[in-house]
Design a binder for this molecule. Structure first.
Ligand code: SAM
Length: 482
């Protein structure tokens, strides 16, 4: 068993150092890297579909230990090497379920053997370019473009075209974002270790950009209203470092992360990305009183809590984006996650000086997305502080896929304020973003008036059409959680 513990510890250490499985895989030879990555991620998918981690907490003490054990059980020629003992027994108790999940996965992927699984993966991942965020804290977009041209890539003038293997393009929606062909081998680039680039899916760049960025071409005046910023759920720090760069490495960002290991990763990431305007705190956001001094003067909050990760089809992004939660898609688990996510939003809404909050998930499930927004809008916290949804005009208006209204309890106006990304259709992983803004007194009055007069056409600017009287009522989901 020592072998497994040691392997898990190595993974833990590498996680802490590199912040992602991507880094770990750099240790594997180029030839085997893709194949190994595929099987590692598929193993994670399989584990997440079973109750192994939950039910065997006492013996299988970390996800990394589960990873090496289950990987061997399902894929290694010699099977599990561990001698008989409580850990092996724990694994064997779940082997039928684990093997059944492997069969199910192969059917889903349309492959027969394990080899096919290693090679095929999720087809939708092949439609996602390799996105590279240029870290403006370290160098400029111009310098980055010159660098890649000197390295033999040519900048394509059609930003919407999918770049060919030796091409790259500038993204249409996010400044400082470049896209390459998925085969572009950048995971071992020194630019990563120098903090010059960050490999970050396009959709994952949306929240920071929507929170801080210009709502008009006049960037400076748009940023004048930004006081202090909080990233409530920060590790590994992709969005925190994006915020830092968007703020020109100035101002003040406080980054909360409750998990000590992930906090270390966050610290390393912030150092590497040369973020001088971030104070990381190893604290649970929910445990800090909204009236605590740490929140004084905070106007903008980024909330990207742990989620099921169900939108992530790009294997390499999986561990980075989903957070420490074990993913799973059964209804009970989704509702539990949704209720935690709602709690986080309501906590953020209680911070008096806050006037803009982005909420995001890498989940495609309504239970973590629209339902959570619906309940947040209907909450006492939103009513008291006057939070409504920021209008589409201020929430990446050129992104065409918006939130869902049908069957979610949200009006079409509300849904239009939200952003959705669908893997396989949008060249990104699945993602969701909502932006809550504090309405001015006048806007609040108008929302109230609209609530009383349902036939009135919604005004430009404030789009929460939720009638106030509904706020008093408990939603179906709230009732379910009592
Ligand atoms: C989805 S990940 C965040 C990814 C990050 N925003 C990024 O882009 O790199 C969610 C993170 O929130 C942390 N977290 C969850 N609940 C928290 C809480 N109550 N307070 C602080 N951190 C929390 C998790 O440990 C996890 O690291």
């Amino acid at each position: 068993m020592n072998f497994y513990r040691e392997a898990a510890e190595v993974l833990d250490e590498l996680d802490a150092k590199k912040g992602s499985i991507q880094g770990n895989l750099n240790a594997v030879t180029e030839k085997n890297r893709k194949r190994t990555a595929a099987l590692v991620i598929e193993t994670l998918n399989i584990i997440s579909a079973t109750p192994l981690l939950k039910e065997e907490k006492r013996h299988v003490t970390s996800p990394n230990l589960a990873l090496v054990l289950v990987h061997d059980l399902l894929f290694a020629r010699g099977g599990v090497q561990a001698s008989d003992g409580p850990i092996k027994q724990a694994l064997l108790r779940h082997q039928t379920r684990l093997k059944a999940e492997l069969v199910r996965l192969k059917i889903r992927r349309g492959v027969e053997g394990n080899e096919g699984l290693a090679e095929k993966g999720d087809e939708r991942a092949n439609q996602i370019p390799r996105y590279v965020r240029v870290n403006a804290n370290v160098w400029t977009m111009g310098e980055a473009i010159a660098h890649f041209e000197a390295a033999g890539f040519s900048l394509t003038s059609l930003p919407d075209a999918f770049p060919e293997p030796k091409q790259f393009a500038i993204d249409l929606h996010i400044p400082d974002l470049l896209l390459f062909h998925p085969s572009a081998s950048l995971t071992s680039s020194p630019l990563l270790t120098e903090g010059k680039i960050i490999l970050q899916d396009k959709a994952s760049c949306f929240p920071a950009y929507i929170l801080i960025s210009p709502v008009s071409a006049d960037q400076k005046s748009a940023r004048a209203d930004v006081g202090k910023v909080v990233d409530a759920t920060a590790a590994p720090g992709n969005k925190t470092s994006a915020l830092s760069a968007l703020m020109g490495n100035q101002g003040e960002i406080t980054a909360f992360e409750r998990d000590p290991k992930r906090f270390k990763t966050l610290q390393i990431m912030l150092k590497k990305a040369r973020c001088k305007n971030v104070t990381p705190l190893n604290k649970d956001f929910l445990s800090v009183d909204p009236e605590d001094d740490v929140f004084e003067g905070v106007t903008h909050i980024l909330l990207d809590p742990s989620c099921s990760g169900s939108g992530i089809v790009n294997r390499m992004d999986y561990l980075l984006e989903a957070g420490e939660e074990e993913p799973g898609v059964d209804e009970a688990r989704l509702l539990k996650l949704g209720s935690f996510q709602l709690k986080m939003i309501k906590h953020a809404m209680k911070i008096k000086s806050a006037n803009r909050i982005t909420y995001s998930t890498c989940s495609i499930h309504k239970e973590e997305d629209e339902y959570v927004v619906r309940d947040a809008l209907a909450s006492e916290e939103a009513a008291q502080a006057g939070f409504v949804l920021g209008p589409r005009t201020k929430v990446l208006p050129s992104w065409s896929r918006r939130g869902l209204s049908e069957g979610t309890g949200l009006s079409e106006d509300d849904a239009n304020c939200l952003i959705r990304c669908t893997p396989g259709e949008d060249r990104t992983n699945g993602f969701f973003v909502a932006c809550f803004v504090k309405a001015t007194a006048l806007e609040q009055k108008q929302v109230g008036k609209r609530a009383r007069d349902e036939d009135e056409t919604p005004e430009e600017g404030v789009t929460s059409a939720r009638p106030r009287k509904k706020k008093k009522k408990k939603t179906k989901r709230q009732k379910e959680h009592q």
